[in-house]
Design a protein around this ligand. Structure first.
Ligand SMILES: [Zn+2]
Length: 251
């Protein structure tokens, strides 16, 4: 690679950094970046960590920041295109609502998420409140003393759930491997009631990643011989467990 080209690449990278920091100056910087690219006759850009196709012009939080009450812990961000970043906020909001209803009472932070954020969302969004009321039912659950206790069971919005978990996995995949998930790999989200026994022994070998105090814990494994294979396990607020895996499309 010629020295001239390397310098241009450096310049583009520096411009993109500024772009991510200063949203208000987005357009201007982008035009400058384009002119640098056209001079070099090579189109170089950072791909979006989520779709892997479009140019990353912003940074997206994974997991979404909506599920953390203030003050937020140190968050992971990845490069994202504006379509992936802006198109996700409704799903993030829904995910927060269902997660916090499941987690409230489990910890002080979980209860704050519900009281400070979900209650406000439901006051604003009356149709969502009506939907949740219609779909929830009271269940008789045995408590630790062996007595029957009435609890409210709430049905998750599975579209929002899977959308958020998929985006989180794609983002964390990029964060840990520094690569976008290959486009000949597919991602599947799986619901878990608890961690299956047969994978518990493997899990012990993997390092636990923690965001905040105990808001999100996760473990992952990316196969070094074929990074299209990966496994992800999440524990949200000690209340909701979910998993996902990636594999080559043809397998
Ligand atoms: Zn994207």
């Amino acid at each position: 690679m010629s020295r001239k080209k390397t310098n241009i690449e450096k310049e583009i990278r520096a411009l993109k950094k500024r772009l991510a920091k200063k949203q208000s100056r987005k357009r201007k910087v982008r035009i400058v970046a384009r002119s640098v690219i056209s001079k070099s006759k090579t189109v170089i850009f950072d791909p979006c960590a989520i779709c892997g196709v479009r140019e990353a012009t912003t940074r997206d939080h994974v997991p979404p920041k909506a599920i953390f009450p203030q003050p937020r812990p140190t968050m992971i961000t990845v490069p994202a295109c504006s379509e992936c970043n802006n198109g996700a906020s409704d799903f993030d909001d829904l995910f927060k609502v269902y997660l916090s209803m499941q987690a409230t009472g489990k910890s002080e932070i979980a209860t704050r998420l519900f009281k400070e954020r979900t209650v406000r969302t439901l006051q604003r969004n009356k149709s969502l409140l009506a939907k949740i009321k219609a779909e929830s039912k009271s269940l008789l659950v045995e408590n630790t003393e062996g007595e029957s206790e009435e609890k409210l069971g709430v049905l998750w919005d599975s579209e929002a759930h899977d959308h958020v978990v998929e985006r989180t996995i794609r983002g964390l995949y990029y964060h840990h491997s520094k690569k976008v998930l290959a486009n000949d790999a597919e991602l599947k989200v799986q619901w878990l009631k608890s961690i299956p026994e047969e994978i518990e022994s493997i899990l012990e070998l993997l390092t636990e990643q923690v965001i905040g105090d105990d808001q999100v814990r996760y473990k992952y494994y990316i196969a070094p011989e074929d990074p299209r294979h990966s496994v992800w396990l999440f524990d949200f607020y000690g209340a909701h467990y979910t998993s996902g895996y990636t594999e080559p499309t043809d397998s």
